[in-house]
Design a protein around this ligand. Structure first.
Ligand SMILES: [Zn+2]
Length: 177
């Protein structure tokens, strides 16, 4: 069965490149190759049927997010664009003096490490889960967070598969502590 690109509607020719794309698999090579910045990637991000952040590597921060991600994090675009991933998640360690990714508590952050590795090795990561302390207006709670990553040109996609406060401390053996 021929897949249709969810952005341009043209058939996707299956090849090694599309097979290795774990998030943008329903988008053709031509549409993916046009992504260079926030201006021309809205259609691509909205075509992905999940909350997605588009990140740049240096400095490592969010360029933009699709509507599903904004709804999930209850933020407007200005609160997401040019912010660190942890600030978008409201991770307590992103409010420290050192900041997201630089605080001593961030050293073993699986989410950060997966994103860093995707930028350096270009390898995708699937279903990386961790627990984060999330600071909301009504207090701090432990959230279960699960993401997948994919390199997209010089940028990276981060798909958020889980972000909820149902996590019980100790329920996730693989959680970073
Ligand atoms: Zn296309």
């Amino acid at each position: 069965m021929t897949e249709i690109c969810t952005v341009c509607g043209k058939p996707i020719e299956p090849n090694a490149k599309t097979a290795s794309r774990n998030i943008s698999f329903a988008i053709c090579d031509s549409c993916v190759s046009q992504v260079s910045g926030a201006s021309d990637c809205t259609a691509l991000l909205e075509a992905i049927d999940a909350p997605v952040l588009l990140m740049q590597g240096n400095p490592r921060q969010v360029i933009t997010a699709n509507r599903k991600a904004l709804a999930l994090f209850e933020k407007n675009p200005q609160e997401v664009e040019d912010h660190r991933g942890g600030q978008v998640f409201d991770c307590i360690h992103s409010f420290t003096e050192a900041g997201c990714g630089k605080d001593v508590n961030c050293e073993n952050c699986k989410i950060k490490n997966a994103i860093v590795d995707t930028f350096t090795s270009a390898n995708p990561h699937n279903g990386v889960s961790s627990e984060l302390s999330i600071k909301k207006a009504n207090g701090t709670k432990t959230y279960a967070l699960r993401v997948s990553t994919e390199k997209l040109g010089d940028l990276a996609l981060v798909r958020v598969e889980r972000y909820d406060a149902d996590a019980q401390p100790g329920s996730q053996p693989d959680a970073a502590r």
